[in-house]
Design a binder for this molecule. Structure first.
Ligand code: GDP
Ligand code: IMO
Ligand code: MG
Length: 438
């Protein structure tokens, strides 16, 4: 105790990196617990931008314990490149620890991800093609290669052979490619092992020891609730569980170690890749929000789809994650809209109406947002540092969300920079805020 989980409450890219970096100021430990380098977490500090894919968003704070937990899938090339880049920019990375049990993304996972998407054609998921799905599939099939395997050539080779065997057919068009040569692959991964050895540890024990000492531990999620493989818009999801419950499994702590769950949500919605998006916008407002909010993927550079805030989905996220607080980011991007729409229900097939997130895929695919229209504001709010600095319409927008979702908003983002935030009355007194405000 105390453990605070930070998760995406929408379709990813809500600003988890920024909030984690902010709360990390007073935390001792920051743990990534799922996903891989499909994630792109942006931190803007002192005019400098950092884009992290695998590294926990606490790494910019010197001497914090930054853990990549067992639930993460690691592409060791991306990780070593990220380490090099951080060091080049003067960041002390000595606090990093990597779970020996985390699974590794192998060259064939990327090829399979790519081939799978091509095969699906029009029905493709729009994955990041980073090999995430095939890597988690191998984990479940017990054919995965883990971080600890990098330290033993004989075991590593044996496991690669076993993992490749059932994939021969799918990979036959790549059979001559050098990446898949057993010897080359083994040597390449042994080299990564050599480089990463000093960081490999029993991270579950490290994190539990910190919790036992009553130090604040942040669990940093990747992706978002609606991309959850069990609770999201399947099959248009990622291959892990980005929800709060997953923090225990992916970090190796117990459910009682979690005290607070913060859901990060944008003041509107975005989604990258295919799949249902009931409040999606097209046309000039979408273009305006995309440009103002720089809604282009951190990892793939793809244009993000844009929509109004979906309170049906957010209330669902509050339930699935037991949210204790919401951090609402990018409120500044809504400035200048005459009216702001918020999705409060869905219309489904045959004029049916849904107030709750529907479980049925056909209903969900046809769901169209039903809206309340709220008055907007014109003022630039990037300089606001307290609720009192906000125009009344912006305050009313916050209250509307809180009342609908029944979760207090603790923090409001009014710009990308780490200082461009407002702690609300509700937020002051919560773990993170009490500590950061201290
Ligand atoms: P993550 O994946 O959840 O960490 O989010 P991303 O980093 O992919 O995307 C969020 C983007 O919004 C980043 O470019 C952030 O710098 C930016 N951002 C975060 N909070 C705010 C905010 O309150 N206002 C504005 N304008 N930008 C923000
Ligand atoms: P962060 O942590 C937004 C999406 C992909 C695709 C689907 C499956 O930055 O919020 P995958 O490569 O995971 O198999 O792709 O999930 N996706 C994300 N969308 N933010 C992310 O991460 C995402 N990670 C995966 O676009 O639709
Ligand atoms: Mg992102």
């Amino acid at each position: 105790m105390p453990g605070l989980v930070i998760i995406g409450a929408q379709w990813g890219d809500e600003g988890k990196g920024k909030v984690t970096d902010l709360l990390a100021e007073r935390a001792d430990t920051i743990v990534r617990f799922q996903g891989g380098n499909n994630a792109g977490h942006t931190i803007v500090r002192d005019g400098q931008t950092w884009k992290l894919h695998l590294m926990p968003s606490g790494i910019l704070h010197p001497k914090k314990l930054c853990v990549i937990g067992n639930g993460v899938v690691i592409d060791p090339k991306v990780l070593t490149d990220e380490l090099d880049e951080l060091r080049r920019r003067g960041v002390d990375t000595s606090g990093l620890r990597i779970s020996a049990n985390a699974h590794l993304i192998m060259p064939y996972h990327m090829l399979l991800d790519h081939a799978g998407e091509i095969k699906l054609g029009k029905l493709n998921i729009g994955t990041t093609r980073r090999g995430i799905g095939p890597c988690y599939a191998d984990k479940a099939a017990r054919l995965g290669i883990r971080v600890q395997d990098l330290l033993d050539e004989k075991i590593l080779k044996k496991k690669i052979v076993a993992a490749l065997e059932p994939k021969r057919l799918m990979l036959r068009s790549y059979q001559r490619s050098e990446e898949l040569d057993l010897q080359t692959m083994t040597q390449e991964y042994l080299t990564y092992g050599h480089r990463l050895k000093r960081y490999i540890a029993d991270t579950s024990k490290l994190v539990c020891d910190r919790l036992d000492r009553d130090e604040l531990v942040l669990f940093e999620g990747a992706q978002g609730t609606l991309l959850d493989i069990d609770h999201g818009t399947y099959p248009f999801v990622t291959s892990s569980n980005p929800i709060a419950g997953s923090a225990t499994i992916g970090a190796g702590v117990g459910p009682k170690d979690i005290d607070e769950v913060w859901g990060i949500a944008k003041a509107y919605s975005t989604r990258v890749g295919a799949g249902p998006f009931p409040t999606e916008l097209e046309g000039p407002i979408a273009d305006e929000l995309r440009e103002k909010g720089h809604e282009y993927g951190t990892t793939t550079g793809r244009e993000r789809r844009v929509g109004w805030l979906d309170l049906v989905a957010l209330r669902y996220a509050a339930r699935i994650n037991s949210l204790t607080a919401i951090a609402l980011t990018k409120l500044d991007v809504l400035s200048g809209q005459e009216r702001i729409l918020v999705g409060t229900a869905y219309r489904g097939p045959e004029d049916s109406e849904f107030e709750h997130f529907p479980y049925h895929q056909t209903v969900l695919h046809h769901a169209v947002g039903q809206y309340e229209s709220l008055p907007g504001w014109d003022e630039d709010i990037t300089g606001a540092r307290s609720e009192a600095d906000l125009p009344p319409e912006a305050r009313d927008y916050l209250r509307f969300i809180e009342e609908f979702v029944k979760v207090p908003i603790a923090l409001v983002g009014v710009g990308p920079g780490r200082d461009e935030v407002i702690w609300t009355k509700a937020g002051v007194g919560m773990h993170g805020s009490a500590l950061t405000a201290a």
